[in-house]
Write a protein that binds this ligand. Structure first.
Ligand code: LMR
Length: 415
């Protein structure tokens, strides 16, 4: 049998023999390496996943209770509509755009359930390739490592605008606005609603107004990625930019993820929304999304979206979720303060206060690749090579070790 098969294989397989090995993903590939690392002191500050004080990715109480309710209902598992779970879409739309959104009331917003935030970005990109052929999407420099890959794979041209100032470790607003002021009309601009990934640097409300002014003047299309709603100041506060742009009448795509704020990473729950200037265009948009979804994965999965729908439909569960979200947010802020203080006491002559200023799960440390590599090789501490650190994985048991290791690595590379 084996001889017979090998005699038939060579010609048909020749084409695949040309395929080279693809590089590991800069973020998820790091987790694969981390898992294989046998050193007991290892700490993964790479991937953006929240861990509690015990170093565990928590199953939120509200999620567990919602699952119990869903099991007791014994719901059938027939296909969801192509555009997804109706209650999930309706409730999440309200969480994103607010109860008093005039665009919502006027039927100008459409939403489809997606395979998490990444799937929402890809669906939006597929539609943009179809609707605005040849257009360029401008992403922040730096941006989430996967933004460029998702948009390019869909067929969009990708360019960047300045965002982070390495000298101040804060927003470089003037450079950002200067570039956006000169983009061709009709360009697409990707923005992060809150808790910018990877920098942790967000515009203030006043700065968001200035950004909206520029996009309006350039007749640009806004695409706001909101993967961390609730990790900055709270779910409503963090939606400020989304609601502002919707109010200003800028054509707006919004990708939302429930991975982080509901702790539903593996369930892949997300939503893509579009704010049109009339209900008819909004409706047409949804029909196009349905066509794209059907030709891709046909229809979305049930479980994760039904959990979110259950939580957001039940006042008690919703209140519990809001308070658990606040707990996560507060714990991250505490860890930021503790790390900055611990590093500040190491006599390094470096101001680490930026770690406290940054928001959400990440801080852009400015550490060189040499420092990051040293942390991994000598101390089993994993960070993205860009210098992005996930502070949401720090806890009272690992923070001293992390601070000590960072100080040692910085000293060694300064020599
Ligand atoms: C991250 O940035 O670490 C997360 O969004 C996880 C991912 O998919 O990259």
């Amino acid at each position: 049998m084996a001889d017979h098969v090998s005699a038939l294989i060579p010609d048909a397989h020749r084409v695949f023999a040309q395929i080279p090995t693809a590089p590991d993903d800069p973020i998820l590939g790091l987790t694969e390496t981390f898992r294989k690392d046998p050193r007991p002191q290892k700490v993964n500050l790479g991937v953006g996943v929240y861990q509690d004080g015990a170093g565990v990715v928590p199953l939120l109480g509200a999620v567990r209770k919602a699952e119990e309710i869903l099991i007791s209902k014994g719901l059938s598992r027939s296909y969801l509509p192509i555009e997804g779970h109706a209650t999930f879409r309706e409730k999440l739309q309200r969480l994103v755009f607010g109860e008093t959104s005039s665009a919502l009331a006027e039927g100008r917003i459409v939403s489809a359930q997606t395979i998490a935030g990444s799937g929402a970005l890809r669906l939006g990109a597929d539609l943009l390739v179809f609707a605005t052929p040849g257009a360029t999407i401008y992403i922040s420099d730096p941006s989430w490592a996967n933004h460029q890959a998702i948009f390019e794979r869909a067929g969009l041209k990708v360019a960047s605008y300045p965002y982070f100032d390495p000298a101040t470790k804060a927003l470089h607003l003037s450079a950002m606005l200067e570039t956006l002021n000169h983009i061709p009309e009709g360009s697409i601009v990707l923005l992060h609603a809150c808790c910018h990934n990877p920098s942790g640097v967000d515009p203030s409300r006043e700065q968001w107004q200035q950004i909206a002014d520029v996009l309006a003047a350039r007749n640009a299309i806004a695409f706001i990625d909101m993967a961390y709603q609730g990790f900055g100041d709270g779910p409503h506060e963090d939606a400020y930019a989304v609601r502002l742009f919707a109010e200003r009448g800028i054509p707006l795509f919004v990708s939302t993820s429930c991975s982080k704020n509901f702790g539903l990473y593996a369930e892949r729950v997300g939503l893509l929304s579009f704010v049109a200037n009339n209900a008819h265009t909004a409706h047409c948009m949804l029909t196009q999304w349905k066509r794209l979804i059907r030709g891709n994965y046909s229809s979305p999965p049930f479980h994760g979206a039904s959990i979110v729908a259950e939580i957001l439909s039940n006042r008690e569960l919703e209140a519990e979720w809001i308070s658990q979200l606040a707990e996560m947010r507060t714990r991250i802020k505490e860890q930021r303060g503790l790390l900055a203080a611990a590093l500040g006491g190491k006599g390094l002559d470096i101001d680490f206060s930026f770690m406290v200023e940054h928001r959400g799960m990440f801080t852009y440390t400015g550490f060189t690749e040499q420092v990051v590599d040293r942390l991994r090789d000598e101390h089993a501490i994993y960070m993205v090579r860009s210098g992005r650190m996930c502070v949401a994985a720090l806890n009272n048991s690992n923070i001293d070790y992390v601070a000590e290791s960072i100080a040692a690595s910085l000293r060694a590379t300064m020599r």
